[in-house]
Design a protein around this ligand. Structure first.
Ligand code: 0O2
Length: 269
């Protein structure tokens, strides 16, 4: 009988998901740093558990020896977005990488082709190359892209599906289908005020970035021993912070920046 060394077999899948986690989060960070709306809200990764792998292989009559060549979702990345429009932005971002650091094998749009269960998400199956201590490996990975509302529905439905093991009562199925429609209606409604929400988020982000800059500049005064000035700016900032407009914070930071230039402390982080 074939014995699988699960630890050894699954290790490269973990490496692939870890690398993809970093890459998608960097994109998110880049948008935030540029004070732009990030289509990526949350990145999650997982390597399928051994029990789920065996379950799926069993359901599909896949022999143990063929599991790793056949199952394409052992490595999984889930990207959650705020709006449906963002899903297609993320799809575009992934397509732009096709042939560079990943290869797209398949795309399934379960948003425009909603599953009979009510399931909505965009799936992209990729091959991702990793370099391990034992050589180069091509790892299949399923990327699921969905909104927060779609994710909420799918998580609940997944648990119920697991609970009833394929025998979900009809009334529950119907309820879930209705919930899927209601949650998509929410996505659609939210989409109509997307621009306004993004604008508000941008203001919050700009304020957060400014506060970060200000605190960094105040801290730099401490590092170069200008304690009196540091205390003065610190006190002023505490009074200003809560009610200040973006413009006032900008002006305040410009004063700190002028001082930083004077003391040549720009290089301090
Ligand atoms: P897990 O635990 O999330 O990994 P199949 O699994 O045979 O239906 P296939 O060909 O593997 O389908 O690919 P498909 O249809 O793209 O589905 C793969 C994954 O999408 C599933 O993995 C789920 O995560 C998700 N998914 C697909 N359909 C549904 C659905 O109706 N409800 C929910 N909640 N999720 C769904 P796994 O292996 O089923 O589960």
């Amino acid at each position: 009988m074939e014995i699988i060394n699960w630890k050894e077999e699954l290790f490269p899948y973990k490496q692939a998901t870890d690398e993809l986690y970093v890459k998608f989060n960097s994109i998110k960070k880049e948008y935030i740093d540029l004070e732009q709306h990030s289509p990526i809200e949350l990145v999650q990764t997982r390597v399928k558990s051994i029990a789920s792998i065996l379950d799926k292989a069993n359901k599909r009559d896949i022999p143990l020896t063929k599991i790793f060549g056949t199952l394409e979702d052992i490595a999984g990345v889930r990207i959650t977005c705020k709006f449906v429009e963002d899903i297609y932005k993320v799809v575009q971002l992934i397509r732009e990488r096709d042939g560079k650091d990943l290869i797209i094998k398949e795309e399934e749009d379960y948003i425009n082709n909603t599953k009979s269960s009510g399931y909505r998400s965009y799936h992209i199956t990729i091959k991702y190359t990793i370099i391990t201590a034992t050589g180069v490996k091509e790892i299949p990975c399923e990327i699921q892209i969905r909104t927060m509302a779609m994710n909420f529905w799918a998580t609940i439905e997944h648990s119920l599906r697991y609970k009833y093991n394929g025998n979900m009562p009809k009334h529950l199925k119907q309820k879930l289908e209705a919930c899927a429609e209601a949650s998509f209606k929410l996505d659609t409604e939210m989409g109509t005020i997307r621009d306004e929400i993004i604008e508000t988020q941008k203001i919050i982000q700009t304020k957060e970035n400014l506060v970060y800059e200000i605190l960094k500049n105040i801290q730099n005064l401490y590092y170069i021993g200008k304690l009196e000035e540091m205390n003065k700016f610190n006190r002023e900032f505490i009074d200003l912070y809560q009610y200040a407009s973006i413009e006032q914070l900008h002006t305040f930071n410009s004063k700190l920046q002028t001082l930083a230039n004077l003391y040549k402390v720009n290089h301090l982080e």
